[in-house]
Design a protein. Structure first.
Length: 737
């Protein structure tokens, strides 16, 4: 007979009683702190790798009409420094006449136009030049009623090429709001970072390039706005020299930022959305210091931004919407003049930066709904808005046509937030219209890497009590219209409980399940407040036995306790839902990828220490160095990376002299998750005989990032002055089958 289990009544009462402190939000309608052009703040990036079908779907569909991005940046990030925008006289269909590359320049006939092409700094052609060309992009932007930001090729291109683009766009009445000179040229990853004469890009070199481009472009059309350097982060290292040398030719400073790259939980993630304040302050100080006469004229644009640089689930999951809503508010109050999210379409196995899916219906991801929420419900005049009391609630207020809109963001992933709303110190009372972005409208499935549902923010009513009190759902962004009574709402749909969870889980790692409130058609509904009991049978447990549902989907953690079939049962308000989960036994195998049988294998590794090949193994002679890197395995031999579940290595000490607390740390790096510590190996445990060490993945969230693993790093921790040597052999992965 299967055992039924639930957590004790004492724990249930603790869960019910863990109320958060209250936050007071006070709006001052008479104090305008700044005004922003919302469509220009809510811009995007588009790339030539998009297909004609995608552009047509955007042109004819409703997605961009709801969002209304005012500025679309082309031709697509780093492509800007590789693209010969016009191929007339050089390209015919798919054929490119390489004889037209003379003395480092392509001999384009600018009297006409043909689709362009990509080439590196040596003139070598790319194997892909895009599905569409810049003409198609300009027409797409014009048809939408927006304007372009054009990044001209300052990496491998010439001032003449850029000037001709200005001339051609003007002749064809293509709207271009800004011309950006180069893209992230301070970065070694960028074509043109290393110049033809062998020099690496510096601020002084960029300033010379910028001046040549700006003068050539403004000679064609003096009215255009030109700027740069499209820096890869808010350090804008090229900007000081640019402003010193060419301030009179600079109309804007641009930079990029992907700030939230830690994996320390939602609190840290949301805190990193505040970084735009610091970034903007630094750029303003640079302008005031190096171009004081134009400090009030030079604009600041963030021409690429997103949650983080790594395209894992956090760029698209249920956190991404509220995070982006906060980020947009921080940009607005910090005085960003224009901004462009990266980008319309891009996807990885775990998520991606694209705010829209590549499926036929262009399914919105979380960031899209944040952009739409600001565009549809907020205004461009920001009002002073103060918060007092408990942390974790962020507020922005704007004047709107005929009223005021208050955006309230609850950063907690688990707890509803009690809030009191005031206007100039007086409570706001009544039933008001609200639009809520939460799991009631958007929920991400990390198993299929697609939304479970993706719908516009839920329109609902909030009844504020005599003290102006209301409850915000966990992990939500809610716009409350302070002068707009709630319209008559449709009678509530009958809710039914559901459980959204995988049908199978590995028996050695925890997973997630979502308790859902759905209507008869399976659509999410706002839950109000439903108390439910959670029980389990079989070899699984959950982290709580009672939950109050404040939204359409609420997460619980599932922990396997064995192998076999288990069941989750949720009951409340006369409703019941059940979901069975098969707990699968995990088998492990070792796949050795670096056995150092050949001396050449050592050449593929990186280390600040001295590496050599000796007796069929890797020998690491420890020397005093800066940093704690021991060895980096950065060229992974072919393997099924999706099954990686840990790391294995054979180690031997050779006259090792190290502090007793010294350790070897093992870290995996993935494009989806940059830093994944697996554990540590005490140096004191190593002897002059070989020993095999195995470190399994400690966090189940790491497994989703394994398909994009690209490096293994061994760190020497707490042993910076270690001497002697280490021998390494038979390194590889523990594979989960």
């Amino acid at each position: 007979m299967m055992r039924m289990r639930c957590v004790s009544v004492l724990l249930m009462l603790a869960v019910m009683g863990s109320a958060r402190g209250e936050t007071t939000v006070d709006v001052s309608p008479e104090v305008v702190i700044c005004e922003v052009d919302l469509p220009r703040l809510l811009g995007t990036n588009a790339g030539l790798w998009y297909t004609p079908r995608q552009l047509e779907a955007l042109r004819t569909g409703e997605r961009l009409r709801v969002w209304r991005p005012g500025l679309i940046r082309i031709p697509g990030g780093s492509w800007g420094d590789e693209l010969v925008w016009n191929g007339h006289g050089v390209r015919q269909g798919n054929s490119i006449d390489v004889s037209k590359y003379v003395d480092g320049r392509w001999q384009v006939d600018f009297s006409g136009y043909a689709p362009g092409f990509r080439a590196d700094a040596r003139g070598r052609l790319s194997d892909f030049h895009g599905h569409v060309d810049v003409k198609a992009m300009h027409e797409f932007i014009r048809d939408l009623g927006g304007s372009a930001i054009v990044t001209v090729n300052a990496g491998t291109g010439t001032p003449e090429m850029a000037a001709e683009w200005v001339r051609w766009a003007k002749a064809n009445a293509y709207p271009v709001a800004y011309w950006e000179i180069g893209n992230e040229l301070e970065g070694e990853w960028e074509q043109g970072h290393r110049r033809p004469d062998g020099r690496e890009m510096t601020g002084e070199i960029y300033a010379e390039i910028y001046l040549a481009f700006a003068k050539a472009m403004k000679a064609v059309d003096p009215s255009i706005k030109v700027g740069g350097p499209a820096a890869s982060n808010d350090g804008v290292v090229l900007a000081p020299a640019l402003l010193k040398k060419a301030a009179e030719w600079v109309d804007f400073i641009s930079y990029h930022t992907y700030p939230a790259n830690s994996h320390e939980g939602p609190a840290k993630l949301f805190a990193e959305a505040d970084s735009v304040r610091h970034g903007m302050q630094k750029v303003r100080e640079l302008i005031r210091e190096h171009a004081p006469a134009r400090a009030d004229e030079i604009e600041i644009g963030i021409t690429e931004w997103h949650v983080g640089i790594h395209e894992g689930a956090r760029t698209v999951n249920e956190i991404s919407g509220p995070w982006c809503a906060k980020w947009i508010g921080r940009m607005a109050e910090s005085g960003v003049d224009f901004a462009n999210v990266w980008d319309l379409f891009s996807a990885t196995a775990q998520g991606g930066h694209g705010v829209l899916g590549k499926d036929e219906s262009l399914t919105p991801r979380g960031p899209y709904w944040a952009l739409a929420l600001w565009q549809q419900e907020m205004g461009g005049r920001l009002l002073r808005c103060e918060t007092r009391g408990a942390e974790g609630v962020v507020a922005f207020a704007t004047a709107t046509e005929g009223g005021m809109a208050l955006l309230l963001i609850n950063e907690s992933e688990e707890s509803p937030a009690p809030v009191r709303v005031q206007i100039s110190g007086s409570p706001v009372v009544g039933t008001l219209e609200a639009h809520e972005l939460s799991t009631s409208s958007y929920l991400w499935n990390s198993r299929t890497n697609a939304p479970v549902w993706s719908r516009p923010p839920v329109m609902r009513s909030h009844t504020l009590d005599r003290m102006g009190g209301l409850i915000l759902p966990a992990l939500s962004a809610t716009v409350l219209h302070l002068n707009r009574a709630a319209p008559p709402m449709a009678s509530g749909r009958t809710a039914r409980l559901g459980i959204f969870a995988p049908e199978r889980l590995a028996a050695d790692l925890p997973g997630d399940a979502w308790i859902t409130l759905l209507d008869a058609s399976g659509n999410p509904v706002f839950g109000g407040e439903h108390g439910v009991m959670i029980e389990t049978t079989g070899p699984i447990e959950v982290d709580r036995a009672m939950q109050t549902l404040h939204r359409a989907a609420t997460r619980v953690r599932v922990r396997p306790t064995g192998v076999g079939r288990g069941e989750i049962i949720v009951r409340g308000a006369g409703l019941e839902a059940r979901h069975g989960i098969e707990l699968k036994r995990v088998s492990w195998r070792t796949e050795v990828l670096w056995n150092f049988a050949q001396a050449d294998s050592v050449k593929k590794l990186q280390s600040p220490h001295t590496l050599s090949h000796r007796e069929g193994a890797l020998h690491v002679a420890l020397t005093p160095v800066e940093g704690n890197r021991l060895v980096v395995f950065n060229e992974l031999p072919a393997c099924d990376k999706s099954k990686i579940g840990g790391f294995t290595v054979k180690l031997r000490a050779e006259g090792l002299e190290a502090p007793a607390e010294g350790k070897i740390g093992v870290v995996l790096q993935s494009k989806a998750r940059q830093w994944m510590p697996l554990g540590e190996i005490p140096l004191a445990d190593l002897t002059d005989g070989w020993s095999t060490r195995e470190l399994k993945v400690p966090d189940p969230d790491y497994l989703d990032a394994m398909p994009d693993v690209y490096a293994v790093i061994l760190l020497l921790q707490g042993a910076g002055d270690a001497g002697g040597a280490l021998a390494i052999d038979d390194a590889g992965f523990l594979m989960r089958d």
